[in-house]
Design a protein around this ligand. Sequence first.
Ligand code: DGJ
Length: 736
Amino acid sequence: MPVLINVSNTLDFNLSNSRISYVFRVSPEGLLEHLHFGGRVEPTANYPSTPRRLHRSCTLEFQDSEHYNLSDVPQEYPVFGTTDNRYPALHAINKDGNSTHVFKYDSYEILDSKPRLAGLPSARGGDSQTLVVRLLDEVAQIQVDLSYTVYAEHDVIARSARITNIGESLVRLAHAMSSCLDMPAGDYDLMHLHGTWAREQNQKRMPVPQGRFALESANGTSGNVHNPFLALMDSNATERSGRVYGTAFVYSGNFAISVEMGEFDSVRVTTGINPFNFEWKLASGESFTCPESLQVFSPNGLNGMSQIWHKFVKEKISPPQFKGKARPTYLNSWEAAYFDINEDKVLELADRTKSLGLDMLVVDDGWFEGRDDDTSSLGDWFSDQQKFPNGIEAVAAKVKAKGLKFGLWFEPEMVNPDSQLFREHPDWIIHVPKRVSSKGRNQLTLDLSREDVRNYLFDCIDPILSSGHIDYVKWDMNRVMSEIGSASLSANRQLETAHRYMLGVYALIEKIVSKHPQVLFENCASGGNRFDLGMLHYMAQSWTSDMSEPIGRLPIQNGASHLFPPCVMASYIGPVPSHLNGRKVSVKTRAEVGFFCAARGLSLNAEDVDADFEELKHYAKLYKDTADDVVNGTFHRVQYDDNEVCWQLTSSDGSKVYLGYFHILSAANLPFRRARLVDIDASRQYRLQDSDLTFGGDALMHMGIDLPYVCAMQWSDAEYLDKGDFASKLFVFERV
Ligand code: DGJ
């Protein structure tokens, strides 16, 4: 194990690999001062930049220190109550009833293995060291353990905090962040991903404002409104240059990422569970573990940051048994049949799946007791006897007998009021007394903080998976929370419900996936309503969005690529006109946008399959032939604006380079455009497939390749796209 953590006699902590460093120290007052996060800095006794102690008029001075004003001191885990009135990392109400705290350094420990966070998803260790620094507030009798994992091969610092009540009386946590990153005064931009259903992951960049900017969810899910991810960067950073600091939260419930520019222009980024509508009671001796927060640093712009995330997600977040494994190509029944599904239809779709050369048939919603539309039956996880008289397992066996894999949809966390389950257990839902529970998509949220509810769900799902016929599960979740409360918690603990719910979801998923490690799970929440690193810890892939129409999907996949590699993204070729936005787009463009997700397939009925059979077969073969390259390859955003998008995917051995070009609206007399490839071998030649052209890697990177011209009035067909709107071209280069 390489030494990645160096602690000086004067308690300067330097966490470094060969590219990045994270440095902090203990101040003479015993507080943890942040010194640096960024490019590698050798451990030294003499850092050139440390928190200043100069007299400023009108500022407070910490306790009886001289000129030590915490509102201008970068800190590791700032608290409220003394001289720092900015947004804190921890806000607790102590035994004396006040919220003033001072946490002083107590001790530290260095671990060569990374401990798992109790009951929570977290990044795996290996090639890493973990530093745990213990802080104590002796007056309040609270202990905080801050943990930092630094990796040799990943430019990521994984952080968490554990808060323990070491006193006799109750402590109330009102606000417990997982991490704080205090950045020096500077000109920064921030970038985040926002959206709504079927329009997720829109990238938005803006200068960091004076004041406080917050991304938050109080929905009970991380959500599609804001992804729990943020990038802070030099204001002149681009895709390929400039310092970028990324933060992502390994959690799937309510979160808050706050960026505060204080009066002296320093910037504080805190990441954690949303303090709004949250309170956690810590009895004597109890601890609260904050979920994990990840920080990355790239000196090479946003694309450099994405490369770090992609590699980390593949190697340290995703379930290891699917690492590098080609994802099965599939036909999903949803947009092919919706709820009108039965054994005959499944077998008909299975025949199409087989004749197209796809690997798997997925039966989506509609297979269980009484589920003819979205008004009933969630919770009753038994095969519908009319549609599947012999049970879904028997149909699965028949599908498998055709040489296909079989996938099945569940929405375990939900119940319809019109269901056997709800009629038997009306108190099993998230609800508050004496209030009508609001419905979303006609459904209510089961209270997964309760063990009896989790046991019921396990007992429904486990036998189906144990049949041995299920290769894939789509784990859906289609409403956010309202009237948030749990019948199993006392009145003074109701604000713990949302987090206890998430702990329950994780406990159930952990139990199921660890019993069925061979089943490929896909995370879905009305598309990307819970597309986060917490769910991806358990599930190898995520349904990226319900927007299957490719033009609507371009911004979604582009935005998501800031954090997520193609190996965790799922897509399919949907019907035309699109059921979501009415747009008619060619099979080619539908297939080529989806190409950049590792889990690929289609959702078309038998008639639609037959209508475009040869073309679909061609893409089914392309998907299959390139499955290894996409799951293991390196993805780069080459170009992105409102009308043109260009993505590159390079196979892991560098022998194949795929360049997708998407042109949205055609116009007359457009400029000629070129794309410069990224990170290929300058000294090698690359042959363009389906042509007799070969180019040097240096020329492809530095000059770029001419992109097809999108205009109906050209004479030569050679360089055409589709002569109109919504055109695409997939270049395939082979290294020679
Ligand atoms: C929402 C998902 O995002 C869809 O793909 C589909 O599975 C439906 N739910 C089924 O109800």
